[in-house]
Design a protein around this ligand. Structure first.
Ligand SMILES: Nc1ncnc2c1ncn2[C@@H]1O[C@H](COP(=O)(O)OP(=O)(O)OP(=O)(O)O)[C@@H](O)[C@H]1O
Ligand SMILES: [Mg+2]
Length: 385
C-alpha cells in the first residue's frame, strides 16, 4: 500500500480529532515590509482576507515577497507597516511561539541532530508542554503522516518526502490555528509531489485548518488552493478562485504568469458594451475581452491568447482563413497534448496546444498554416505598460 492510499484509510474523524484546530480566519491589513538598505519594499501594501478553513496559495515569481509575507504572519519578521488579525484579535505584538501558527519552511528546516520524534516534539517543548505530553502528541502526529516506523531516524537518514512529512507533523503538533507552508513540495519529484499534495490537502480539509501555502508553481496553486493570491514585486495583482484567475486575469502579468499566453501587439477596433470588443492582430480581427474599461478604439494593446484557445489548419493556396498566418516550426509532444510553434509572417512565434490523439496525423514541420481562435474563445486585451 502506498503512503497516499494508507492515509486515505485514516478515518476522517481521527484526523479531525488529532489536529482539532478551531478554524480561525486570517486578515492581512496593508502589510508593508522594507528591509534596511533595500531600494524597494519587499512587501508593498498587501491586504488579504482569508476565511476560516480556507487554503490560500501565495503565487508569484522568485523574490516577489512570498516568504517575507509568511515570516511576517509567523512572527519571525516584524512588518514595517500593517496589521495581522487572527479571528478577531491582532497578533502583531505576539512572539512566534505565542501565535499558534504551524510552519513548514521552504527547506523543511528540521534540526539535523534531532530524530523525527524529537523534531516533531520540539514546538511543544518550546511551549513548555510536559515531556510525556510532548512524546504522546509527537507520536500521534507521526502516525498521522505515516512516519511512526521512522521515529528514531535523523533527518539525514530520511528521503526528501519523509523529511517533508516530519516537517508537516511538526507544524501540526502545536494544534495551530493557522498552517503556513513555504514551497512544501519543491524538493520532491513529480509523482511523490502529487501524493504529498493530495495528503496535505486531505489533512487540511479534514482538520478544517486555515492554510496559507507559498508556491511559484502555478499548476500547484491552481490545483490545491481555494483562492490564489498572485503577487508581483511585493504587490497583490489578483486574489480570486483558481478558475477566475485563469479565465479572467486582471493584469498582463497574471495573464502571462498563470498558464501560458501568447502576447501579441494589436489595436482595438471596436468596443461594444462593457468589456467586449474586437482587436486587430496581424491584420486579423479577433473577439476580445477588454480587461481595462479605460481601453478605447484605436488603442495599441497586448492581446493574450492561450495556446489551447488556438487551432491549426493547413493553408491552401488562394484561400484566406480568419486566422494568424505562419509556418509550423516546432512540435513538442507533452503527454496528452502537443505544443506546436508557429512562426508568423512578421517573425514572431506563437504556441498552439493540440490534444494528442493516437491515430491523428500531425501537420509536418514547414507547413504553411493558419492559427484560428477556437469557437467561443476570446483573447484578453491589456493596456501596453
Ligand atoms: N533578511 C533580508 N534582508 C534584506 N532583504 C531581504 C531579506 N529577506 C528577503 N529579502 C529580499 O526581499 C525580497 C523578497 O524576498 P522573499 O524571500 O520574500 O521572496 P520569495 O517570493 O519568497 O522568493 P523565492 O520564490 O525565491 O523564495 C527579495 O528581493 C529579497 O532579496
Ligand atoms: Mg521564498
Amino acid at each position: 500500500m502506498s503512503p497516499s492510499t494508507e492515509i486515505v484509510s485514516l478515518h476522517s474523524a481521527q484526523i479531525g480529532q488529532a489536529v482539532s484546530a478551531r478554524a480561525f480566519g486570517l486578515k492581512l491589513e496593508s502589510i508593508v515590509q522594507r528591509y534596511p538598505e533595500a531600494t524597494s519594499a519587499a512587501v508593498d501594501g498587501i491586504s488579504l482576507d482569508i476565511n476560516a478553513g480556507e487554503l490560500v496559495a501565495l503565487l508569484g515569481p522568485s523574490g516577489c515577497g512570498k516568504t517575507t509575507l509568511l515570516r511576517i504572519i509567523a512572527g519571525f519578521v516584524a512588518q514595517t507597516e500593517g496589521r495581522i488579525i487572527v479571528g478577531e484579535a491582532a497578533i502583531d505584538s505576539l512572539p512566534p511561539n505565542k501565535r499558534q501558527v504551524g510552519v513548514v519552511f521552504q527547506n523543511y528546516a528540521l534540526f539535523p541532530h534531532m530524530d523525527a520524534l524529537e523534531n516533531v516534539a520540539y514546538g511543544l517543548a518550546c511551549r513548555g508542554a510536559p515531556k510525556e505530553q510532548q512524546v504522546a502528541r509527537a507520536q500521534e502526529m507521526l502516525e498521522l503522516v505515516q512516519m511512526t516506523h521512522l521515529a528514531k531516524r535523523l533527518p539525514r537518514e530520511m528521503s526528501g518526502g519523509q523529511q517533508q512529512r516530519v516537517a508537516l507533523a511538526r507544524a501540526l503538533a502545536v494544534k495551530p490555528q493557522i498552517l503556513l507552508l513555504d514551497e512544501p513540495f519543491a524538493a520532491l519529484d513529480k509523482s511523490l509531489r502529487l501524493d504529498m499534495q493530495i495528503e496535505v490537502k486531505r489533512i487540511q480539509r479534514l482538520a478544517g485548518i486555515t492554510c496559507v501555502m507559498v508556491t511559484h508553481d502555478q499548476e500547484e496553486a491552481q490545483s490545491m488552493a481555494d483562492r490564489v493570491a498572485v503577487i508581483h514585486q511585493g504587490r497583490l495583482e489578483q486574489y480570486a478562485s483558481p478558475n477566475e484567475i485563469y479565465d479572467y486575469p486582471r493584469t498582463l502579468f497574471v495573464n502571462q504568469f498563470v498558464g501560458n499566453a501568447n502576447s501579441l501587439k494589436g489595436t482595438v477596433t471596436s468596443k461594444t458594451d462593457g468589456q467586449s470588443g474586437t482587436v486587430l492582430v496581424a491584420g486579423v480581427p479577433l473577439p476580445a475581452r477588454l480587461v481595462s474599461r479605460s481601453l478605447k478604439v484605436g488603442d495599441t494593446v497586448w492581446a493574450c491568447i492561450r495556446p489551447e484557445q488556438l487551432q491549426l489548419c493547413a493553408a491552401t493556396e488562394g484561400i484566406e482563413e480568419p486566422g494568424l498566418k505562419g509556418v509550423l516550426t516546432l512540435s513538442l509532444p507533452q503527454g496528452p497534448q502537443v505544443i506546436q510553434e508557429v512562426r508568423l509572417d512578421d517573425g514572431s512565434a506563437i504556441k498552439v496546444a493540440q490534444a494528442r490523439a493516437s491515430n491523428q496525423t500531425m501537420l509536418g514541420l514547414g507547413t504553411a498554416v493558419f492559427a484560428t481562435l477556437r469557437a467561443g474563445s476570446v483573447c484578453h486585451v491589456h493596456p501596453l505598460t
